[in-house]
Design a protein around this ligand. Structure first.
Ligand code: PAF
Length: 283
């Protein structure tokens, strides 16, 4: 596996791959890789001939009181895991490489409608930070396709929108969430949970599953179901942020004709923010 930290060296290596007619799949990450990330890498390997992974803890997507400084950085273990998966290239840019004139002066990409909705409501600047870094990474790697986890559902919808609106010639592939045995969605932030919190963390998935079951059984009172889920999370010791039923593709609040839905939730447990979602179709 080649490890590259400059755009110039990355581009040279990618050109060499392209000269051999190889298709490039890209998996952007912030590192601290778990089985969910490795699933993205495997999907990327199935879709293309050469897999490029980036590890960059992007300061632009963290708020001033968030965990940028303490976000788990486990580069040696990450490299070993990627090597074992047969990844060809690891891109490890510095902050200066990604934001030449510093964060404040960086050109930003904002996809309308995301900053003020769902996770965007309580994390100002989060989605603009993600869209900006992903656009910057896409321009550096110029992949044929890029793979993202469905766990970050709002992020995935936003990236698809950005690629469409900016006419980027990149296919975006979503991969189903990997879950622990009890159903908890895998996440780098699960490592922050103490043992007792870890046991309770699955309540988020359970609360969303209850909403899904009610929708499957014909209930359409979304507001009531969302309220019930928030109350159950509170009882389980979470500080809920939101539980919301939306349309899968647009993330709009469902109307009478909506069939493909997603139940999304975010809640904090002992200071750790957890998110999850479940997709479903109704008739
Ligand atoms: O999902 C993530 O890990 C990050 O938001 C991403 C897409 C790598 C951008 O920093």
């Amino acid at each position: 596996m080649q490890t590259l930290s400059t755009t110039t060296s990355l581009r040279e290596s990618i050109s060499a791959q392209r000269m051999q007619g190889r298709r490039i799949a890209f998996v952007p990450t912030m590192g601290n890789l778990h089985a969910g990330h490795l699933q993205l890498v495997r999907q990327a390997s199935m879709l293309a001939d050469c897999v490029v992974v980036s590890i960059f803890v992007n300061p632009m997507q963290f708020g001033p009181n968030e965990d940028f400084a303490t976000y788990p950085r486990t580069l040696d273990a990450d490299k070993a895991a990627l090597q074992a998966e047969g990844v060809e290239m690891l891109f490890l840019p510095t902050v200066e490489e990604m934001y030449a004139d510093g964060l404040e002066q960086a050109t930003r990409v904002e996809v309308p409608g995301f900053e003020g909705d769902l996770c965007g409501r309580s994390r100002p600047g989060f989605f603009t930070g993600i869209a900006t870094v992903v656009a910057g990474l896409f321009n550096r790697v110029q992949p044929d396709m890029a793979v993202f986890g469905e766990k970050d559902y709002q992020q995935l919808v936003m990236i698809k929108r950005m690629v469409r609106d900016l006419c980027m010639p990149i296919e975006i592939e979503g991969v189903a969430t990997m879950r622990e045995a009890d159903g908890l969605a895998m996440s780098s932030r699960n490592g922050y949970l103490e043992a007792a919190q870890r046991d309770r963390a699955v309540c988020l998935y359970q609360a969303l599953s209850v909403v899904k079951a009610a929708l499957d059984s014909g209930s359409r009172d979304y507001a009531f179901l969302e309220r019930q889920a928030l109350e159950s999370l509170q009882r389980a010791g979470f500080e809920p942020d939101y539980v919301s039923v939306r349309e899968q593709l647009s993330l709009r609040v469902p109307g009478p004709g909506s069939r493909r839905l997603v139940v999304l939730g975010a809640a904090t447990l002992g200071g750790t923010r957890l998110i999850d979602n479940i997709s479903l179709s109704i008739t």
